[in-house]
Design a protein around this ligand. Structure first.
Ligand code: SAH
Ligand code: SF4
Length: 348
């Protein structure tokens, strides 16, 4: 029986070079092959016309260049597009394209479900099913770029879909390497890639050393009691440890960590919470994204009034923070933060 073929996206350039050299094939072929896949959007090795036929034959004996299969795409009134993908084992994930004035941002998933159990998050309700492979993470970007066509203005990637990216560190890192590879990968700027984490401190250190990407931290509370109640990971890595990691994150000068703060009525949205947040963070090193809670079934948190959100923001603005209110896009199609559950796939 032939060995099962591997998804070629899961190989880094280095691994592909090693595979080729075991077969006495020159290393420059790896770059050619990857160019066909990532710039050329090739679907088969046969298309790779500058590669000798016998090498193409060997590649197709051992590898596939799969696409994720699109189950549905939904368009929201504000222009967001939610893609529901099915993977080869039948599990489903979602990615959300968020159009902005000058560019598009793609929000991608890193796991099926999530093990972190944050109380406000719908993905947490699925539990943890499995990590995505590097190929499945890369596939979301490569395939959506392909669907958008050559004129696409996709420049930004955020790991804010389903899952905790730093709990799938090796595959996320591998995917990032291909995203930022500008000779034979997808050519994104590392400054335009943001990894959002609930606060896996050791992996945050690793990411800081291994890549140049931006870090976003889901903070959501200003004291350990509240944060532990909302996000169990806080028991292992409390706020002080988490912030110390952020302040020492090896950034290029002037770059900041983004802190995400979901505003939940009566939980963390008072003026005293805002004042405490302003004290806890450092305006020179932190940017704050305020996300009014997105309601979903089975969750009894509530979204605060708009006036409360604005008051909270003003306290931060007055203390020199860069602060945005993340007006939740895509709520009408459940594509907003914390609303991703790959509904149609939850029966897998
Ligand atoms: N696991 C990572 C990334 C995915 S969650 C993380 O937790 O950072 C992406 C963002 O959605 C996080 O900032 C999270 O706090 C936010 N989020 C989750 N549920 C939400 C909800 N119901 N309303 C608003 N934001 C939510
Ligand atoms: Fe997982 Fe992030 Fe949701 Fe927490 S907020 S359960 S870490 S996806």
């Amino acid at each position: 029986m032939l060995p099962t073929k591997r998804d070629i996206h899961t190989l880094s350039q280095k691994e592909l070079i090693a595979w080729l050299s075991q077969r006495d094939i020159a290393s420059f072929r790896a770059e050619q092959i990857r160019r066909w896949i990532y710039s050329g959007q090739a679907d088969s090795f046969d298309e790779m016309t500058n590669i000798k036929k016998d090498i193409r034959g060997l590649l197709s004996e051992h590898f596939t260049i799969p696409r994720l299969s699109v189950v549905t795409t939904e368009n929201s009134r504000d222009g967001c597009v939610k893609f529901l993908f099915e993977m080869s084992d039948g599990h489903r994930i979602e990615s959300v394209l968020i159009p902005e004035r000058t560019h598009d941002t793609l929000c991608i998933s890193s796991q099926v479900g999530c093990a972190q159990g944050c109380r406000f998050c719908l993905t947490a309700h699925m539990g943890f099913i499995r990590n995505l492979t590097a190929g499945e993470i890369i596939g979301q970007v490569r395939d959506i770029k392909n669907m958008l066509g050559k004129q696409n203005q996709l420049t930004n990637i955020v790991f804010m879909g389903m899952g905790e990216p730093l709990a799938n560190y090796e595959n996320v890192r591998k995917a990032i390497d291909t995203f930022v590879d500008d000779t034979a990968g997808l050519g994104f700027s590392p400054r335009k890639i943001t990894v959002s984490t609930s606060g896996l401190v050791p992996r945050m250190h690793d990411l800081g050393h291994d890549s140049q990407v931006q870090m976003a931290v889901s903070l959501n509370a200003v004291d350990n009691d509240t944060r532990t109640r909302l996000m169990p990971i806080n028991k292992t890595y409390p706020i002080e440890t988490l912030l110390e990691t952020c302040w020492t994150y090896p950034f290029a000068p002037r770059r900041k960590v983004t802190f995400e703060y979901i505003l939940m009525k009566g939980v963390n949205d008072s003026e005293s919470h805002a004042l405490k947040l302003a004290k806890l963070l450092k305006p020179a090193k932190a940017k704050v994204n305020l996300i009014p809670f997105n309601p979903h079934e089975g969750c009894d948190f509530e979204r605060p009034e708009e006036s409360t959100v604005l008051k909270f923001q003003k306290i931060l603005l007055d203390r020199n923070y860069t602060t945005n209110i993340r007006l939740s896009k895509g709520t009408d199609i459940s594509a907003a933060c914390g609303q991703l559950r790959a509904k149609a796939g939850s029966g897998v």
